[in-house]
Design a protein around this ligand. Structure first.
Ligand SMILES: Nc1nc2c(ncn2[C@@H]2O[C@H](COP(=O)(O)OP(=O)(O)O)[C@@H](O)[C@H]2O)c(=O)[nH]1
Ligand SMILES: [Mg+2]
Length: 427
């Protein structure tokens, strides 16, 4: 089973802005009416209960959203590029691989329809209409659309159980899990057979649920090892516990209290969860007596207590019914409605103003600033009217300032994108 995959997501590029002028009778050149480009499409990761594995994803593959459409004449703005939706199973954790190599969790898609934008589409370029100003009535400028974000991510499916089986070592947790589900846990006469949570699916024709055997708590608490983070996640996320007790024990109530104490030790909230208490090994013990002992405890007077034999299957059907009932109840009471879409906010990575790169030998400054590059890229620089407009705009967006701060002097060469020119202005 594939439970982790690395992919690359590429959002759409923004559409380019247009340069255009209104055509009017008797007016040689009407006002500017070049429209803006549309925003590029976003890439979303969406949790869906219809999807059960990550098997449709291929390691290293790129997943793309559509580019925005370019602006047109008559103020026609380009259409937004279509978003791409990547559907993953509920329980998928999304980690972004940061350029420096470390991974950062950006989303835990733990319920149906939870979603996150993992790569934002690029902004649309502005058309010439947007460049009109009191000093520039005939703008010949337009902007290239911005590149979409490129994000490398890791998807990891963390299947978390709805039901946790807890109990002292040897109580019969593994045997019970095997009775209730398709799991094949190790069953042994000696304690501590299970160190990792073992998962199994409990199925009925119309519903399924995931059950985890939570490893013997006692050993972990005392030695301080063994029970990983994963255990806690299962325990915390599970909606209810089956607390199983060995009915042949002469200290049934103490056994129960001991496990409750251990749970409390990890997290106070754990013991507040709904639970079914199960007296096990009813084939070889006096289960009525065990139940009586438990009922002597104040908060167990009204509790749901059942006697089963995980080995022979006696009482298992009743237990199943009780578990399904509690699951349904739990689902109705959780405030996550199943139609609700949860959008996990994630900001675009900030555009970093990279320094002007200074080449001493050639007395040349290269500008690495995407708004400046996008502005320069599509212009007809042979048109003598364009350059002064461009310089004016570069002044407005801070490029000139950065150049001056970097020590650029008249006579130096400036490179922005593919455009190289000699800086001749005093500032
Ligand atoms: N007679 C009897 N033995 C059981 C029953 N349930 C479990 N056992 C035995 O108890 C021992 C411990 O069971 P296991 O499921 O490994 O317990 P765990 O440590 O809680 O996972 C094994 O030898 C099982 O065969 C039961 O209902 N009746
Ligand atoms: Mg076990």
């Amino acid at each position: 089973m594939i439970d982790s995959v690395m992919i690359i997501t590429l959002a759409g590029k923004g559409g380019d802005g247009a340069v255009s002028f209104r055509k009017e009778k008797f007016v040689p050149r009407g006002g500017p009416d070049g429209g803006n480009g549309g925003i590029g499409g976003n890439v979303w990761i969406v949790a869906s209960k219809e999807v059960t594995t990550l098997a449709n994803f291929r390691n290293g593959r790129r997943y793309l959203a559509k580019d925005g459409i370019s602006g047109g004449r008559q103020n026609r703005h380009g259409k937004k590029g279509q978003d791409a939706f990547l559907y993953v199973p509920v329980g998928t954790v999304v980690r972004e691989i940061i350029p420096d190599g470390h991974k950062e969790v950006v989303g835990d898609l733990n319920h149906d329809k939870a979603k996150i934008i993992i790569a934002h589409g690029g902004a649309g370029g502005r058309g010439n209409k947007e460049f009109v100003s009191p000093t520039n009535q005939v703008p010949l400028l337009r902007e290239q659309g911005e590149d979409g974000e490129k994000t490398e991510i890791e998807l990891e499916l963390q299947t978390l159980a709805e039901v946790g089986i807890v109990g002292k070592p040897n109580a019969g947790k593994s045997t019970l899990l095997q009775q209730l589900t398709n799991a094949k846990p190790v069953i042994g006469d000696y304690p501590f057979t299970t160190k990792q949570p073992v998962l199994g699916v409990m199925e009925e024709p119309t519903r399924t649920t995931l059950i985890a055997e939570i490893p013997g708590l006692i050993q972990g608490a005392h030695v301080g090892v063994g029970l990983g983070h994963r255990f806690l996640q299962h325990a915390e996320r599970s909606g209810l516990f089956i607390h199983i007790i060995d009915g042949t024990s002469s200290t049934v109530l103490d056994d129960f209290n001991m496990v409750e104490e251990e749970l409390k030790f990890y997290d106070e909230d754990l013991i507040k969860k709904r639970k079914v208490v199960v007296i096990n090994k009813r084939d070889i013990c006096d289960s009525d007596d065990a139940i009586r002992q438990l009922r002597s405890k104040e908060n167990l007077k009204e509790a749901e207590i059942l006697a089963v034999s995980a080995k022979t299957g006696e009482g298992i059907r009743e237990l199943e019914v009780a578990v399904w009932e509690l699951i349904e109840e739990y689902k109705q009471n959780t405030n996550i409605s199943h139609n609700q879409t949860l959008e996990i906010p994630r900001k675009r990575r900030k555009e970093v103003w990279e320094d002007v790169e200074w080449d001493e030998t050639n007395q040349k400054a290269t500008i690495h600033f995407s708004p400046a590059i996008r502005l320069v890229s599509l212009l007809n620089l042979d048109d003598f009217r364009v350059q002064p407009q461009l310089i004016d705009e570069l002044r407005k967006n801070g490029t000139i300032n950065a150049m001056v701060n970097a020590g650029v002097k008249p006579g130096n060469t400036i490179r922005i994108g593919d455009w190289e020119f000699e800086w001749e202005y005093e500032v």
